[in-house]
Design a protein around this ligand. Structure first.
Ligand code: ADE
Length: 229
């Protein structure tokens, strides 16, 4: 999958590009991920990318010209342009899975008080929020989005890992995990996990998922109950 991230702060993503699973996916070619500085498309002497809002008010707005130039240069007929913004549709596993099937994404990270509305109206296909809180800019939100949907791209997680048991599958949070040593500072691992009885282990894990979800995420637990009626 081809991904172009447009940001005013490319170095915020230096580590993201090379570390861990995303770094490996770039090496193996599963992800063709590039970061671009929006300033490179600002043609004036001072490479200005923002200006005061028409109508007055505090803060600055990102100018349309560099964003039109950048997106028109990067896009092709198969591209989808996504704007990261707190007023976008909320990111969910379902949305991430849908996005993971795109061929080419252009991710636009906003800054300041916002982006000229003409960019959103004319160039953006989809607006996504990573949660109900406001970040100082959308660069980290773009990284979160890439990290989240990449896990749905075939081959990204490698053969050993799967998406079948993790938080949110089946509207439940994940069960607790333990590893060696079985006893650490007097803290022992639940006996059932050492029993070798896989059926009982499955049952115990499912119960833990239900307990935790009911306590921590009653909203999710209601969905779980509805789908099991
Ligand atoms: N930019 C600032 N806050 C954001 C959020 N919550 N989601 C996506 N982009 C953002």
């Amino acid at each position: 999958m081809k991904i172009d991230i447009l940001t005013l702060f490319p170095s915020m993503l230096d580590g993201f590009l090379v570390e861990s699973m995303v770094g490996r996916a770039r090496e193996t070619g599963i992800l063709d991920l590039k970061i671009h500085n929006i300033r490179d498309w600002a043609k004036d002497k001072h490479q200005v990318t923002d200006d005061r809002p028409f109508g007055g008010g505090a803060g600055m707005v990102m100018k349309p010209e560099p964003l039109f130039e950048a997106i028109e240069e990067l896009r092709s007929p198969v591209s989808k342009t996504v704007f990261l913004t707190p007023d976008g549709e909320p990111l969910s596993p379902t949305l991430a899975e849908e996005i993971s099937r795109e061929e080419h994404l252009i991710l636009l990270s906003g800054h300041y008080e916002g982006v000229d509305q003409r960019v959103r109206d004319e160039l953006v296909d989809r607006e996504i929020s990573i949660g109900d809180y406001v970040l100082t800019n959308g660069t980290l939100a773009a990284a979160v989005l890439v990290d989240c949907f990449s896990r749905f791209i075939p081959g990204f997680l490698g053969e050993e890992k799967s998406l079948t048991h993790e938080s949110f599958t089946g509207n439940l949070l994940d069960f607790p995990q333990y590893t060696r040593p079985a006893n650490f500072r007097g803290l022992s691992v639940p006996e059932i996990l050492l029993s070798g009885n896989h059926k009982q282990i499955e049952k115990w894990r499912h119960e833990r998922r239900m307990d935790l979800t009911e306590r921590r995420r009653p909203d999710l637990f209601s969905k779980f109950n509805e789908s099991h009626r």
